[in-house]
Design a protein around this ligand. Structure first.
Ligand code: SF4
Length: 311
């Protein structure tokens, strides 16, 4: 099988830093126990499992405020997706030791929202409902940030008179987002636009658009909850015009997908461990004969870079 291994792909700087922070915290004997992460540190369950082996407990759920109420003592780590100021204050009021792994690119969107709202703006925030990143951004100026995921949300929007700013989530599809920004500008022509899709997301999407065109099939390795992973599947289908599937690991490759396929392009979301992606590439490269006759292997065990077993 010919494999196009799309680059750049996989871990971004925000994820690498968040994982390094979590591992430092886990290894420091002076950090109060228990150690909880408020949500998945990054959206990948294999990463979460490995952190658990280091003694870090992940509280899973969409609502950061509700998750925080489950922690009574010890340490809390905020994830790369960021949290609202209310969550930060509540954690301190509870006397918890706090570590913040918010990606600097997310922090930048928080600052834009807070500054504009303080200057009397209403904020149209283009983002994904139910994802933790918009929750943190909305919390920067409660009552003044309006989440828009699709055209219908914009149609239903009733803003008071005054200045408007348009701010985006960091991990959206560049193409969809531009369409939504244009629609917002038709309604609010004077609005200030802050397209905050991060560089890592843009580069990975652009790479799929440019490098997947020759492939018969595109496989995107990543977790179902990873927004940037799902957007890469969308880019492969809608921009590169190729059939594409998301897989957690090599074990999810369905042999039927490979029928008549000669070239597969492989990429990965920015929270996907490198070991999982490399295993997919190796498996496909070693396929010969009838690819539909070979069962994919079990996934490798993910170890974070430099991670020690906690026994
Ligand atoms: S995808 Fe972008 S915003 Fe999210 S952690 Fe990575 S660099 Fe930061």
């Amino acid at each position: 099988m010919r494999v196009i291994s799309i680059r750049p792909r996989g871990y971004c700087y925000g994820v690498v830093d968040a994982l390094a922070l979590a591992q430092r915290v886990a290894r420091d004997p002076n950090v109060p126990r228990p150690i909880h992460v408020l949500g998945m540190i990054v959206h990948n369950r294999y990463v979460v499992d490995d952190l658990e082996r280091l003694g870090i407990v992940t509280l899973d759920g969409e609502d950061r405020d509700a998750l925080l109420e489950q922690i009574q003592a010890g340490t809390v780590v905020f994830t790369a997706h960021g949290v609202s100021p209310q969550v930060k204050e509540r954690a301190r009021a509870k006397g918890l030791c706090v570590f913040d792994a918010t990606c600097p690119d997310v922090t930048r969107t928080h600052q834009i929202v807070a500054e504009r709202a303080a200057n009397g703006y209403e904020i149209i925030y283009i983002g994904k409902k139910g994802h933790p990143e918009p929750q943190g951004a909305i919390g920067q100026a409660p009552g003044h940030v309006h989440l828009v995921e699709q055209r219908e949300d914009l149609d239903a929007l009733d803003l008071p008179p005054g200045p408007v700013a348009i701010v985006t989530q960091t991990t959206l599809s560049q193409w969809d987002t531009q369409d939504l920004i244009d629609a917002c500008l038709r309604r609010f022509p004077e609005a200030e636009v802050f397209n905050e899709i991060c560089l890592a997301t843009q580069d990975r999407q652009q790479a799929v658009a440019e490098q997947a065109g020759d492939a018969d099939l595109v496989l995107v390795v990543g977790d179902e909850r990873s927004n940037n992973t799902n957007r890469l599947v969308q880019v492969a289908r809608e921009i590169a015009g190729r059939p594409a599937y998301r897989i957690d690991t090599v074990a999810d490759i369905e042999r039927e997908w490979l029928r008549g396929v000669q070239t597969v392009a492989v990429t990965a979301g920015s929270s996907t461990p490198t070991q999982l992606v490399n295993q997919v590439i190796r498996y496909l490269q070693e396929l010969d004969g009838d690819p539909t006759s070979a069962l994919p292997p079990s996934p490798v065990q993910v170890r974070l870079p430099g991670a020690r077993s906690a026994g």
